[in-house]
Ligand binder design. Sequence first.
Ligand SMILES: Nc1ncnc2c1ncn2[C@@H]1O[C@H](COP(=O)(O)OP(=O)(O)OP(=O)(O)O)[C@@H](O)[C@H]1O
Ligand code: SF4
Length: 285
Amino acid sequence: MCKSDKFSHKTDCTQAFVADDLCHLSTVRHVILILSGKGGVGKSTVATQLTLGLKAAGKKVGILDIDLCGPSIPKMFNLSNQDIHQCSEGWLPVYVDKEQTLGVMSISFLLEDQNDAVVWRGPKKTAMIKQFLNDVYWKDLDYLIIDTPPGTSDEHITVMENLKQYNPDGAILVTTPQAVSVGDVRRELTFCKKTHIPVIGIIENMSGFVCPNCSECTNIFSKGGGEALAKQSGVPFLGCIPIDPQITQTTDDNQTFAQRCLNSSSMSSIQKIVDKFITIDKDFL
Ligand SMILES: Nc1ncnc2c1ncn2[C@@H]1O[C@H](COP(=O)(O)OP(=O)(O)OP(=O)(O)O)[C@@H](O)[C@H]1O
Ligand code: SF4
């Protein structure tokens, strides 16, 4: 059951508030997609951390969760039970702060029950994604980070095709160091090429383990696969984020993620990536 059914002039959550050509993304300076070749590599975690890092760097940021089958962004921001509101311009994001410098939008805000599964066929999913892209009133934003579903399936292609018309600046690809995940990113790179989406860079997540006692980083799995792939493919390598038990605790226990994340030892890795990313932004975007 979709909560948007209760809005007086809406009978179906695939109806649009505004005409297709009145896209609110025109007031967003940079649109960045976060992609991964497979699930569970930490794409949503990285999307959340980048958003926090950009906010900490003084940017106005929005994060849009279009992973319709596994929306996890609200949980990461401790906003799971929030409702979205509408104004004459469209849906208003749920803001994390009073100053409204960090807004979140996700399908999970529309679900009656957070545990409801979204079992929709392709056309309805596509219509919903279009509605998220057209109808959310972000106001003035420096960055919109879009957390996408994992993979390069038919459904994924449809998502990317629909996003393309909104001229995203490019995609950041997330991988883990292991060969299988790196192989998936290689396919994702080909996919970006085919769909004409520029690749901003690659991030290697779960790269080494940070000891909670002494903050020493140990490479449990292999390391450097993401960097080697970036070199081979001629795309920028943005950096590594280690396995950090504080992150796992944060995303699984529904506590104040932002605060713990900002205090975690891996935040310095994220801030370095954000700095590099902002520099790339100045140079290329
Ligand atoms: N650097 C990290 N250190 C420790 N745990 C992490 C790290 N990155 C992600 N995790 C944990 O791994 C799990 C999967 O992360 P996440 O949900 O971000 O992956 P995902 O790629 O978005 O998955 P999916 O696409 O299937 O939704 C989460 O429980 C998260 O807390
Ligand atoms: S890294 Fe150091 S503090 Fe951490 S568990 Fe190993 S020996 Fe102990």
